[in-house]
Design a protein around this ligand. Structure first.
Ligand code: NAP
Length: 480
């Protein structure tokens, strides 16, 4: 079993008080790593290392040189793609194919933002006084990046990329289920030649280390991805120092199927839109809204496609769905399945532990499809964050959109129809940040990603994300 260390100021260090915690793989329940359990003292150490780095060569460095260093960082990640993928797969039980895709995304995100370093600029403004007015986009300083466990290293890259490209220094705090790849990422940043203290990685309990970052007076901004309730807590904590806060939170995304859609394509691809990553995906299309005339046909096709999804050992390249992240999480999802039944939804398939004896020691649950879900049921209202989907029939376009929007969340969603006018009308009417038409692709590195309503504040990815990591200064010059 490997012992890991935090990355602070270019050094690999234990927690200030020497405490550690164990990371347990959900496939077999064995310990895969021992990690420092940081405290407020470690937050202080990381903030002062990041501030020193910000005050040092990093800030004076030409944007193109910063970009070149980030490109080298991307290359070092590529060089360690298999190692990082194996680590990611083991710590959270992610199928290895998904882990390889995720790590490849990390390198691409870093490459995108390496190129963006020289494209971040202000503007000139024709103000009403005689003179020259222009804006400068400047880094905020030290930023805190708090990430979840479902796409651990990719969520980290979505924040590290724009934060560093904009010239900040950063402190990354991974989730306690999944700190191993983040710690390796911090080490690889040093190997790539990033100056000491530019990227620090600290580990430990969210309410201690994460909250410590949110409260710290030396940090100018928190970028957070995680649960809506944690986001609310972070906003409250960050209020004490009027920090900038950007939030990527939960979702309860609709998958709207009109009768004129390509139903075969919908049914063969959409199980992955909710069961991929074992349903632990903020964009999971966990509510299927289907036009009543094709309701039964769609449920039958979708259930059949779900039964064909390969659930199994994450290390097997053929596995499509692995275990949940933990046994605690599985117990929570099983409660949701029971509540769906109790409230009168009809369980069409799944929702039970697999019969395969080789999976008996893991946190597995077969993908569950509920029919006849109604909007008032718990499984329809709450983000389950597990392999559970419910189907609700509708009669009109207006009803479909009303049902889709009747959620405190507004992250993503799909619309299936061959009538492009209807699809685009629906895309405009949905109160969500990311919409897909006739597919379920929500994420593109070059395009903004984020949520309406309680799904978040701000946008990640694309050039839009850079704005989250900058201060905007206006300068007026009297030239009379
Ligand atoms: P979480 O429990 O909110 O944890 C997220 C991160 O916050 C972890 O690093 C956690 O540390 C830390 N944390 C916990 N309590 C904290 C506090 N009081 N102050 C500061 N930080 C704290 O979320 P999760 O269970 O890891 O992730 C699942 C959630 O993330 C789902 O709701 C999902 O929808 C959302 N998500 C959203 C997006 C998006 O882009 N919109 C993407 C992925 C996931 P510990 O692990 O040590 O507790």
């Amino acid at each position: 079993m490997t012992e890991y260390q935090m990355v602070i100021g270019g050094e690999l260090v234990a927690a200030a008080d020497g405490q550690t915690f164990e990371v347990v793989e959900p496939h077999r329940g064995t310990v895969v790593g021992v990690v420092p359990s940081g405290t407020a003292r470690d937050v202080d150490r990381a903030v002062s290392a990041a501030q020193d780095a910000f005050d040092g060569e990093w800030t004076g460095m030409a944007a193109s040189d910063r970009g070149r260093l980030m490109l080298r960082f991307a290359q070092v990640v590529r060089d360690h793609e298999e190692e990082l993928s194996q680590l990611e797969s083991r710590q959270i039980g992610k199928p290895i194919s998904g882990a390889r895709w995720e790590v490849a995304q990390v390198a691409k995100v870093l490459e995108f933002y390496a190129g963006a370093t020289t494209k971040l600029h202000g503007s000139t403004i024709p103000v009403s006084r005689p003179g020259l007015d222009f804006t400068l986009r400047e880094p905020i300083g030290v930023v805190g990046l708090i990430v979840p466990w479902n796409f651990p290293i990719m969520m980290a890259a979505w924040k590290v990329g724009p934060a560093l490209a904009a010239g900040n220094t950063a402190i990354l705090k991974p989730a306690s289920y999944s700190p191993l790849t983040a710690l390796r990422l911090g080490e690889l940043a040093l190997e790539a030649g990033l100056p000491a203290g530019v990227l620090n990685v600290i580990t430990g309990p969210g309410p201690v280390v994460g909250a410590g970052l949110a409260a710290h007076g030396g940090i100018g901004k928190i970028a957070f991805t995680g649960e809506t309730a944690t986001g609310q807590e972070i906003m409250r904590t960050a209020a004490g120092t009027i920090k900038k806060v950007s939030l990527e939170l939960g979702g309860k995304s609709p998958n709207i199927v009109f009768a004129d859609a390509d139903l075969e394509k919908f049914a063969s691809t959409s199980p992955y839109a909710v069961f991929d990553n074992c349903g632990q995906d903020c964009c999971a299309r966990s509510r299927i809204l289907v036009e009543r005339s094709v309701h039964e046909q769609v449920v039958e096709l979708f259930a059949k496609a779900t039964q064909a999804v390969k659930v199994g050992d994450p290390s097997d390249p053929a596995t499509e769905v692995g275990p949940l992240v933990s046994f605690r999480q599985r117990a929570k999802i099983e409660e949701y399945v029971a509540s769906g039944r109790d409230e009168g939804a009809q369980l069409v398939t799944g929702g039970v532990r697999p019969s395969d004896p080789t999976l008996a020691d893991g946190a597995y649950l077969m993908p569950a499809v509920f029919d006849h879900m109604t909007p008032d049921m718990r499984i329809s209202r709450e983000e389950i964050f597990g392999p559970v989907v419910g189907v609700i029939p509708f009669d009109t376009e207006e009803e479909a959109l009303r049902l889709a929007n009747a959620s405190p969340y507004g992250l993503s969603g799909s619309i299936w129809s061959r009538d492009m006018a209807k699809a685009l009308r629906s895309a405009k009417a949905l109160r969500s940040g990311v919409i897909s038409v006739n597919c379920n692709n929500s994420v593109h590195i070059e395009a903004p990603f984020g949520g309406y309503k309680q799904s978040g504040i701000g946008r990640e990815l694309g050039m839009e994300a850079l704005e989250l990591y900058t201060e905007l200064k206006n300068v007026f010059v009297d030239i009379s």
